[in-house]
Ligand binder design. Structure first.
Ligand code: URA
Length: 434
């Protein structure tokens, strides 16, 4: 295998064979192809795309680069939810304990922040001690016993995706239907789930910004899932503004806890329950949508979902007390506010710019080796359609890097478009793909 020839072939828009994809990806995973050649191939795929067959080959090689889990001994339904990524998207942190409290087994393998979007693993790690690197046997036992285990790709689960994902994060090669499809689905198939719901984000804070692209991605994901015998559905949900108000790792953890305590923002809870209903209905086809939502709301009202999050935190090495004492968590040293330059209605939020502002503040990575400052982040105070008054706080920003904070504050007003007449409010749940 000569990497140069494969890069050249893809850069001309030609179709790679299964063995070319396999040889290249496995050689990269083993360290025999350098980052710069994989980066070139990823950019060629990003620009020229992949056929359905190439996408399936890439999924297969990523899947087979590691181990697959077997949950056939689980006494109940085994399922997972995965998002294509957005800003302020903390649904997994709520949904995993909610479904586990209802007896669904959730072997959740999540990712880190990618490009402008946040990642569940980084959010979980904002809890001191939380270990997302459990060995697979410990994780497997945890899922059987507690119904949920929250990990990242270990060296053994889709190691090829783990390495490629980190490279895509810093080479602007995320927004690609075949690359996203293979990345997500290889991990989900490796989990050994029977059911899967995908939250395909659409809008200016999503990797897929138009409804057509989001639908194409949703269809690609669902068809790969079904091809592997997994009950799979996708909801296309809005990402033209952050979900909830909190952006940044601990900030989002805190908002998730409040959601599990019955005090979550309506948009966050609506998306969480809609995705959860998909899984509950897969596990029991007689369940109505209303009943599936009611069941989940009950786990919040009776505290069982929050107790589950605390239990799993403790069993994964984290300190559950921080979840009870949210206000004790250290805050970043510096803070400031972006204020509305005029009165009117909030018409538009540049959601991707908000995601990149989070990186600038220290809440995300610029390069693979960067560490994250969990106490940096933001709260957005208005939603599209809200009326705002001149001088009102639109965004509160926290960072330990004063210069970065000043830069975000200086550019902050450009994130918001304020108009004189009420705008159309984007609908939250756009479409269901089965
Ligand atoms: N989530 C993933 O796991 N992979 C992607 O490529 C995008 C979102």
């Amino acid at each position: 295998m000569i990497p140069y020839q494969i890069i050249e072939k893809k850069s001309q828009g030609l179709t790679l064979s299964e063995s070319e994809i396999k040889d290249f990806v496995l050689a990269y995973t083993a360290g025999n192809v350098p980052d710069y050649q994989m980066s070139a191939l990823l950019m060629a795929i990003f620009i020229k795309g992949m056929t359905t067959e190439e996408t399936l080959s890439l999924t297969k090689v990523m899947l087979e680069s590691g181990e697959c889990m077997d949950f056939t001994s689980a006494p109940g339904f085994v399922a997972d939810k995965h998002s294509t990524g957005g800003v302020g998207d903390k649904v997994s942190i709520l949904l995993a304990p909610i479904l586990a409290a209802l007896g669904i087994h959730i072997p959740m393998i999540s990712g880190r922040g990618l490009g402008h979007s946040g990642g569940t693993l980084d959010k979980l790690e904002s809890i001191p001690g939380f270990n997302v690197n459990l060995d697979l046997k410990t994780w497997h036992d945890l899922v059987l016993k507690e119904h949920v285990g929250l990990i990242g790709q270990t060296g053994n689960i889709c190691p090829a995706d783990k390495k490629i994902y980190a490279l895509r994060d810093v080479t602007a090669t995320v927004r690609s239907i075949p690359l996203i499809s293979a990345s997500i689905m290889s991990k989900k198939i490796a989990e050994g789930v029977q059911g899967l719901v995908l939250d395909v984000k659409t809008g200016n804070g999503a990797f897929m910004q138009t409804q057509d692209d989001s639908r194409a991605l949703a269809k690609s994901l669902v068809s790969i899932g079904k091809g592997y015998g997994i009950k799979t559905t996708a909801l296309i949900t809005d990402m033209n503004q952050p979900l909830g108000s909190a952006i940044g790792n601990w900030f989002e953890m805190e908002e998730s806890v409040r959601g599990l305590q019955g005090d979550g923002p309506a948009d966050l809870m609506d998306v969480t329950y809609a995705l959860g209903a998909e899984i509950l209905k897969m596990s029991n086809p007689d369940l109505t949508q209303e009943a599936a939502i009611e069941l989940q709301a009950k786990t919040v009202a009776d505290g069982s979902a929050f107790e589950k999050l605390k239990r799993i935190t403790e069993l994964q090495g984290g300190n559950p007390d921080v979840l009870d004492k949210l206000s004790d968590y250290p805050r970043a040293k510096y803070s400031g506010a972006v204020r509305a330059p005029r009165s009117g209605y909030l018409a538009k939020v540049d959601t991707m710019a908000l995601g990149f502002a989070g990186i600038q503040l220290g809440a995300g990575r610029r390069k693979i080796t960067d560490s994250i400052d969990y106490s940096s982040g933001m709260y957005i105070h208005s939603r599209i359609g809200d009326s705002v008054s001149s001088g009102e706080d639109m965004l509160t920003v926290y960072s330990n890097d004063e210069k970065a904070l000043d830069q975000v504050l200086a550019g902050g007003q450009d994130i918001f478009t304020i108009e004189q007449s009420p705008p159309e409010i984007p609908s939250l749940i756009r479409e269901r793909i089965e």
